[in-house]
Design a protein around this ligand. Structure first.
Ligand SMILES: Nc1ncnc2c1ncn2[C@@H]1O[C@H](COP(=O)(O)OP(=O)(O)OP(=O)(O)O)[C@@H](O)[C@H]1O
Ligand SMILES: [Mg+2]
Length: 333
């Protein structure tokens, strides 16, 4: 399906690729195009650099879906991946000692022992799994997608490659954490059950962070059903015509296949045009790009059957409505 059809029919489109290639610009311009073609559209970004707001030329208060000025049917949302979500606070400082109800001196002693027992115990003193903040932010995005909402289309501006891939395996990672923590609690519970009763005055009401973690995992697994359904979602790889980008794109495609994420369109961005108008420097860059573009066509179009969308290098920055709209026309051409 061509990108135009996808923007008109799918529920979700994700833009991803290497850093700086044009993911945010593509997401914003596609969002504008879809909204102007009658679809109630939400663009979501988890970039802590607030680049979506910059691209649209407006302030986006973190975590608040904000209507985009001057475009009907378009809302933008930035989620800070480092944000602490109140209801998940307990998870981000998850600590098996505390959750056993053993604070103070006893807790301190056991904490040392525990750290030895946890493999890969990075994060000095904190026993929460590494990267949990970002993972939870992504989980929030997926939960949001799963919730009932009025949007026809969600355009997702993803973080640069490595990051996206790590997050796609989130359900497994969460299972891993859950398993580890459960195991620990079981062991600690058995070993120190008697001590615990001695040292804690009253039985603490067990507000179980594991339950929350499990719920989130389920929400993510549901979201993954959607992410992997070609009638619902498609991942658009954005790249530039450089040798390094080709190998990186190959790896990204492999991962998408591994996680069953449908992908049919690829954007080759920032291509130099009209050779006659160019200076020597730019001519040489254009030559390099054309050589790589041919390779890209051979590998991704001919061999793998992807749709290639070529977008020219604009004279100026792509930013705010007019240039974003212009870029959108290339994307759906
Ligand atoms: N076709 C183009 N012509 C000219 N400038 C472009 C083009 N595409 C993107 N840019 C510019 O390149 C810069 C990076 O684009 P953008 O922010 O969309 O990339 P990104 O992939 O989202 O980056 P990041 O990985 O940092 O999130 C921006 O300043 C944007 O205006
Ligand atoms: Mg970006």
């Amino acid at each position: 399906m061509e990108l135009k059809e996808q923007l008109l029919n799918l529920k979700m489109i994700m833009f991803g690729g290497k850093g700086g290639v044009g993911k945010t610009s593509c997401a914003a311009s596609s969002g504008i195009w879809a909204a102007e073609h009658g679809r109630n559209t939400l663009i979501i970004s988890t970039d802590p650099a607030h680049s979506l707001g910059d691209s649209l030329g407006m302030e986006l208060p973190p975590g608040e879906p904000t209507p985009v000025d001057g475009v009907d049917n378009l809302t933008a949302l930035e989620i800070n991946p480092k944000a602490k979500f109140a209801e998940l606070q307990e998870l981000t400082d998850m600590n098996p000692i505390k959750s056993l109800g053993m604070d103070g001196m006893m807790g301190g002693m056991m904490e040392g022992m525990l750290e030895g027992m946890m493999e890969g115990g990075e994060g000095g003193g904190s026993l929460s799994p590494p990267g949990i903040d970002e993972a939870l932010a992504f989980g929030k995005v997926l939960e949001f997608i799963e919730k009932d909402h009025d949007y026809d289309l969600i355009v997702f501006d993803t973080a640069p490659t490595g990051h996206t891939l790590r997050l796609l395996s989130l359900p497994e990672t969460l299972s891993g954490w859950i398993g580890k923590i459960l195991q620990l609690r079981l062991r600690m519970g058995k070993m120190f059950g008697a001590l615990k009763r001695m040292f804690t005055k009253e039985e603490k009401k067990e507000e179980n962070p594991l339950e929350l973690l499990k719920q989130m995992k389920d929400a993510i697994l549901n979201a993954r059903d959607d992410l992997t359904n070609p009638e619902i979602n498609s991942f658009v790889i954005v790249m530039i015509a450089e040798e390094m980008a080709i190998s990186e794109t190959g790896r990204l495609l492999n991962e998408l296949v591994k996680y069953d994420i449908p992908t049919s369109n690829m954007v080759v961005n920032q291509l130099y045009q009209n050779a006659e108008e160019l200076c020597d420097f730019c001519k040489s860059r254009r030559g390099m790009q054309q050589k790589n573009l041919n390779k890209i066509k051979e590998i991704f179009q001919q061999r793998l059957g992807k749709n290639l969308i070529e977008v020219p290098l604009f004279k100026g920055e792509i930013r705010e409505y007019t240039t974003l709209k212009e870029m959108g026309e290339f994307l759906v051409k």
